[in-house]
Design a protein around this ligand. Structure first.
Ligand code: PA5
Length: 445
């Protein structure tokens, strides 16, 4: 089971202070369970893992099998919660050099619809030219500009390269049951589609078809992913003293109250880069409202010790660090000996590379604590689907609890609308005439 170590928080916030929040955490858990918290119509994620049936997994796997057999490449079109979970899990489980070692057994998984980069989209469509490719179009609202743009391009290209009949087999929609352009299009064209439950928001949706289908198409074990989440769902119901999610939430809150406003999620495995991106969205979009919330940042270590390390060690003391540590790497590699020993590193010869990495981790933690940075450590046994499932639910549950402690609605994102309103006004979207005038006036001066 995932381990949480908060000993290195002690010089900054005492165990008594953290344990003092146990009562509020219990209240928060109760309000999640009873559905009395703000945003209570979006609590479908809370018992999602335990509600997933073997039949549902079989259905996902059947659709994944079709895409895997028909396609050399599959493009996952989605943004925010409609892509980050799948991207995080696929990256964490894939070979680091998947582009180069692809043996043709798995389709290449590509992501689009998460930006408006003209070069990105042109280069994607160029790469797909002449290839048998499929599309998983993911949008809960079905109206998100970034995703809709990518889908328009991909649908046209897929149909023109493979014909309408094949396109129907290899385009899958994951969207609302009734509303939105993605639903209308899927129904009209006869695409296979999955529903994003009404009561599950985007950033909590990785264990719905939003995450499960792309992960299954990539060839990874979604049963184990769900099993890990189910085990953590159970563990997260335990009393405070045995409940890692509750303790993580209380520790973050104690640190926030003590003036630590930024949390840096650090990993020592480059494959976890996108896990941090998923985590940043989960926490950033859930907490950052009403002028409250911990700012979620991330670093890949030891890489970023040579860029961000100086700031973390010596900059303004408003940060704390949470390290995700993977206890056992999948491979074994020894530090090589060298006859000339020009770099003076022969004292490491014969040691596991992971031992060096772990000492870098411990040394960094100690240095950061000495430098005034409280340190939380989350350890998982290995980087596999089961442990990622645990990690995902752990973070979701702790996020739900922490937002109650902060007193914010975890499940809305009103701030996201501001850029859309301006963008549509600037682009002259019909219905935005007043906003267009107002923004022009503002720009004039
Ligand atoms: O967490 C969220 O709700 C958001 O990040 C959404 O996932 C994101 O904005 C994409 O929305 P949609 O799935 O409606 O296209």
């Amino acid at each position: 089971m995932l381990k949480l170590d908060i000993k290195k928080v002690a010089p900054f916030v005492s165990a008594e202070t953290i344990n003092g929040f146990a009562g509020s955490v219990a209240e928060a858990q109760k309000s999640l369970e009873a559905g009395t918290c703000p945003g209570n119509d979006f609590l479908g994620w809370l018992h999602l893992p335990s509600s997933i049936t073997p039949e549902f997994i079989t259905e996902i796997k059947a659709v994944a099998a079709t895409l895997r057999s028909e396609c050399e490449a599959v493009v996952v079109a989605g943004i925010g919660g409609s892509y980050l979970g799948a991207k995080a899990v696929i990256e964490a489980l894939s070979n680091s050099f998947q582009w180069l070692v692809n043996d043709g057994k798995n389709p290449v998984i590509l992501f689009a619809g998460n930006n408006i980069g003209e070069d990105y989209l042109s280069e994607l469509t160029t790469y797909l030219k002449g290839k048998r490719f499929g599309v998983i179009n993911i949008s809960k609202s079905g109206t998100t500009t970034e995703t809709a743009l990518a889908f328009r391009l991909l649908k046209k290209q897929c149909e023109s390269q493979m014909g309408k009949d094949v396109a129907k087999k290899v385009i899958v929609a994951i969207t609302d049951a009734k509303r939105g352009a993605a639903r209308t299009c899927a129904d009209k064209e006869g695409y296979k589609s999955f529903i994003i439950p009404d009561n599950v928001g985007g950033r909590f949706s990785v264990l719905t078809p939003v995450g499960l289908l792309p992960i299954a198409v990539a060839g990874f074990d979604i049963e184990q992913l769900v099993k890990g989440a189910q085990d953590m769902e159970q563990a997260a119901a335990a009393p405070f003293a045995e409940n890692v999610a509750a303790q993580y939430a209380a520790t973050r809150y104690a640190l926030y109250e003590s003036g630590k406003k930024i949390e840096i999620l650090a990993n020592y495995q480059p494959k976890l880069h996108f896990m941090a991106e998923w985590w940043k969205q989960l926490y950033g979009e859930s907490e950052g409202k009403d002028k409250k919330g911990i700012f979620p940042a991330s670093v890949d270590l030891t890489t970023d010790l040579h860029s961000m390390g100086q700031w973390i060690q010596d900059g303004e003391r408003s940060i704390f660090e949470t390290v995700i540590s993977v206890e056992n790497p999948e491979h074994e590699l020894l530090f090589p000996s060298d006859d000339e020993n020009l770099d003076g590193l022969n004292f490491l010869a014969g040691k596991r590379v992971d031992e060096v990495n772990k000492m870098a981790e411990l040394g960094t933690q100690l240095a950061h604590v000495d430098g005034g940075v409280p340190n939380i450590r989350i350890a998982i046994d290995r980087l596999d689907a089961y442990h990622l499932g645990q990690l995902i639910y752990f973070f979701e549950r702790a996020c739900g609890i922490h937002c109650q402690l902060l007193g914010v609605n975890a499940f809305n994102q009103p701030g996201v609308e501001a850029y859309k309103k301006n963008m549509f006004a600037l682009l002259g979207k019909p219905g935005y005439e007043k906003e267009t005038e107002a923004i022009k006036e503002k720009l004039r001066g």
